[in-house]
Design a protein around this ligand. Structure first.
Ligand code: FES
Length: 114
């Protein structure tokens, strides 16, 4: 069995070769956004492979990911499948989460000024 670890949550799940990162994120209860249900259309499921080897870029990924993304190890979770090797995946922080955190920080600073 292969181990897949998701960062920054550090959640780890056991995986079988051939499962997609998107499927495994659901097992691990790690939120990876999707609107196309894994059809390589929405581009919301971008993740970064930080360690380990996964299946090579699919034809859809080659068409849709920029060269810069490809060089940086960015993949589509719905198209990327694990192999026999343990893998570490970085899931980007939600844009909404950072917007909410900034708003809360602003509110906290305003309250301190009073
Ligand atoms: S889930 Fe839409 S591109 Fe991967």
């Amino acid at each position: 069995m292969t181990k897949v670890t998701f960062y920054p949550s550090k959640k780890t799940v056991k995986a079988r070769s051939g499962q997609t990162i998107l499927q495994l994120s659901r097992v691990a209860r790690v939120a990876i956004p999707t609107r196309c249900d894994g059809n390589a259309a929405c581009m919301l499921c971008k993740i970064t492979i930080e360690q380990g080897n996964v299946t090579p870029l699919s034809a859809s990924e080659k068409r849709k990911l920029s060269e810069r993304d490809q060089v940086r190890g960015i993949r589509l979770a719905c198209q990327t499948r694990v192999t026999e090797e343990d893998v570490c995946i970085r899931v980007p922080e939600s844009k909404w989460k950072s917007v909410v955190e900034k708003a809360l920080e602003r509110q906290r600073l305003e309250e301190e000024e009073w």
